[in-house]
Design a protein around this ligand. Structure first.
Ligand code: C2O
Ligand code: CU
Length: 478
């Protein structure tokens, strides 16, 4: 079929489907009525976080801890989550259900899908969870994610095809030094520098200022890398029995870091990425971009083993431990040899038959150019830094029922993990179904998806700073 023209750019703003969209998506319909209502409360509030080893950080968190408490539901359940905004200084917030193809008005992306939730008030998100998998939830305002406001979200499969003895949810994060006191002038300066895409609230994580004052605004430094909220000197320990088959659900919640992840002394079998099954593949290590998730199976050995998340291009790492027997803990600076073994990225995985998109020519192709310099806070999509006061001014247009191809063309020298809300795309031909994928420097990555969930959806880089600087676009249904 003929390709429709790319509608972004000049001309008068097209009329888009309103963000409220249909009440029930196709995915929800399929599951409707199967489940129960799961009520929960998430309170976003200041907290003193215990990072282990006597290190604390004053920041923001859900219910006093980071990661926030695990949310676990079954596909088909109705999730009813009351967000209570107790953040200081009239900071607005929201909850975005990262990776879930839900109804548009529950997507938590202000100001596009709802007004931001004001300080001191509440908002209840209510939707049916469609596809089983590993997800997470975080605010979609500023870089609040990078302050520690995130929680894992597991949607179990009522007909789980995998068999395993145990599960371990592993959340990776990069953590800026928890220095207290964050001068408003510095925030103001950064806001000015970052320009159009800025939200008013939640700009920088606490403690970023000392580094930023001294150097380029682009050089955000992360002295700590956390695994499940802990530094390597005081790691979280997963206890198991030798021979246990464990499903690891690994989530990269970092703001600015892609991780290379390995479990010392073990090979991992990749089973899912971003919630969707892939043909099983044995690996030594995985490369996980910001916002990506991987599920792997491991059969535990006998002893004490480090799970290490090496910050790509930065040298430092996070660590957690698996203990199934006797032995002393490895040093916090251990680097298992698996980190340099067979490393797999999403591009080398294949979707299983049941989730593979049929071969069908795209009805529409959008070129999505990624630009911006290392130190300039000028990251943009197709030359435009999203203006939050008029986010749908330059939408990428699609129509319901279309097969859409996105060609991510990275013109910059930085990594950009590109995340699409409300849909999952297929990477290349027969590649995995994903909602977030790394576009390497100077490379092009093509993905296809079916436009089956009307509304207005964010498409953006999941590096929190790039997104906040304006590397976001709206994908809108006409
Ligand atoms: Cu995890 Cu638009 O975000
Ligand atoms: Cu980016």
């Amino acid at each position: 079929g003929a390709l429709a023209a790319c509608a972004s750019g000049s001309g008068s703003a097209p009329t888009l489907v309103s963000p409220s969209g249909p009440a029930v998506t196709a995915a929800e319909k399929k599951r409707a009525g199967r489940g129960t209502v799961r009520n929960m409360n998430l309170t976003a509030a200041p907290a003193v976080l215990d990072l282990g080893g006597g290190l604390t950080a004053e920041s923001w968190a859900f219910s006093g801890q980071t990661p926030g408490g695990e949310i676990r539901v079954s596909a088909g359940d109705t999730l009813a989550a009351e967000l209570s905004n107790q953040l200081p200084d009239r900071t607005t917030t929201s909850l975005h259900w990262h990776g879930i193809a839900l109804r548009n008005d529950m997507d938590g992306a202000p100001p596009v899908t709802q007004p931001a939730v004001q300080a001191g008030s509440t908002f209840t998100y209510r939707f049916i969870t469609g596809t089983p998998g590993t997800y997470f939830v975080h605010p979609h305002i500023g870089v609040q994610l990078d302050r520690g406001l995130y929680a894992p979200l597991i949607v179990e499969d009522p007909d789980e095809p995998l068999s395993y003895d145990d599960e371990w949810v592993v959340v990776l994060d990069d953590w800026i030094d928890g220095v207290t006191g964050t001068p408003d002038e510095v925030y103001a300066e950064l806001r000015q520098g970052m320009g159009a895409g800025m939200h008013r609230d939640g700009l920088m994580p606490m403690g970023a200022t000392s580094d930023l004052l001294g150097g380029d605004a682009g050089d955000v430094k992360y002295p700590y890398h956390l695994v499940n909220g802990r530094i390597p000197a005081a790691p979280v320990v997963h206890r198991g029995r030798p021979g246990d088959r464990v499903r690891l659900r690994i989530i990269n919640a970092g703001g600015d870091t892609a991780y290379r992840v390995a479990l010392g002394g073990h090979r991992m079998t990749v089973t899912h990425t971003d919630g969707y099954p892939v043909e099983h593949r044995e690996v030594d290590a995985l490369l996980i971009g910001m916002g990506e998730r991987y599920d792997v199976l491991v059969t535990l050995g006998d002893g004490v083993f480090p799970l290490v998340s090496l910050a790509e291009g930065k040298g430092a790492a996070g660590m957690a431990l698996v203990r199934t027997g006797a032995g002393s803990a490895p040093s916090p600076s251990v680097r298992p040899k698996e980190l340099d073994g067979k490393i797999v990225t999403a591009a080398q995985l294949r979707a299983t038959d049941d989730v593979r998109l049929t071969s069908k020519k795209p009805d529409r192709v959008h070129r999505v150019e990624l630009t911006g310099g290392m130190h300039h806070y000028n990251w943009a999509i197709n030359g435009v830094r999203l203006d939050m006061s008029d986010p749908a001014a330059h939408p990428l247009i699609v129509e319901a029922g279309e097969r859409v191809q996105l060609d991510f063309v990275n013109r910059s020298t930085m990594w950009h993990p590109m995340h699409l809300h409300g849909h999952t795309y297929e990477l290349g031909a027969d590649g995995p179904r994903k909602d977030t994928a790394i576009v390497l420097p100077k490379k092009t990555l093509s993905v296809v998806f079916d436009a089956d969930n009307p509304g207005q959806w964010m498409l953006h880089c999941h590096n929190a700073y790039h997104a906040e600087a304006g590397m976001m676009a709206v994908l809108g249904y006409r």
